[in-house]
Design a protein around this ligand. Sequence first.
Ligand SMILES: Nc1ncnc2c1ncn2[C@@H]1O[C@H](COP(=O)(O)OP(=O)(O)OP(=O)(O)O)[C@@H](O)[C@H]1O
Length: 259
Amino acid sequence: MTLSISGLSFAYEHNDILKDVSFSLEQGQIVVLLGPNGTGKTTLLRAINGILRPAMGTVLLDGRSLASCPRRDRAKIFGYVPQRDEPQHLTVFDAVLLGRRPHIAWTVKKEDVEKVGTVLRALSLEKFSLRFLDELSGGEFQKVVLARALVQEPKVLLLDEPTSSLDLKNQIDMLRTLRQIVQERNVAILMSIHDLNTSLRVADRLIFLRDGVVCAACRPAEATADLIGDVYGLPVDVIAHDGAPLVIPRLQSGPALRA
Ligand SMILES: Nc1ncnc2c1ncn2[C@@H]1O[C@H](COP(=O)(O)OP(=O)(O)OP(=O)(O)O)[C@@H](O)[C@H]1O
């Protein structure tokens, strides 16, 4: 499976956000979208899954345009986890079961219930099954939203900062789970993460966006200090640590952070 984004452009009113964005991702890959705040990462994820309608460009799945793909079929292709979601007064189990909606014709089958159970166990959420969403912590809720996207069994997961509310261990557990999902289910993941060092460890490929333009697409080992410094407007050093690049901001030139 190959998802190709070709010449995608999008504007809110007359404010151009995405400009001629092109790249592709393959099944079995984790691709991380990077770039400064407000550069268009969320807009890109939403334009890919059809929540926003791009002014120009195409999203192709194995060469087939998804422009006129019905909503229900689209939901079998893309599982989207937004940056922010409002917890409704639903139990965790029911919220995750909603992810099966694209596959349910008339009634919920035993298979649907079993799939929800499997995903809840995989994300260590079983103990919260009967808890209401508005009674969860931010990190627990973030995992439930991911669980809902997983039971959807999409071909591509679009994740907008999926680890932003998680503590250090839960971040690593979540990223390990995502890697396992990519390997076992042969899906592709496109996600935005702000933490550069996490991105460099988890990504198969990086897409750097700046002002709505793809300014680099590379493997983590190819992300140089010049490239990162240029994209974020802050000089950095990149050193090798534990087999992965480690980005360290150079802070000597600005005001001190500590008294
Ligand atoms: N509904 C909207 N109407 C108008 N402008 C919007 C809307 N949503 C986002 N924008 C603007 O579009 C630009 C891109 O926003 P987007 O959320 O895609 O950026 P981002 O790269 O995901 O940012 P962040 O890293 O801060 O989450 C921003 O300037 C934002 O203010």
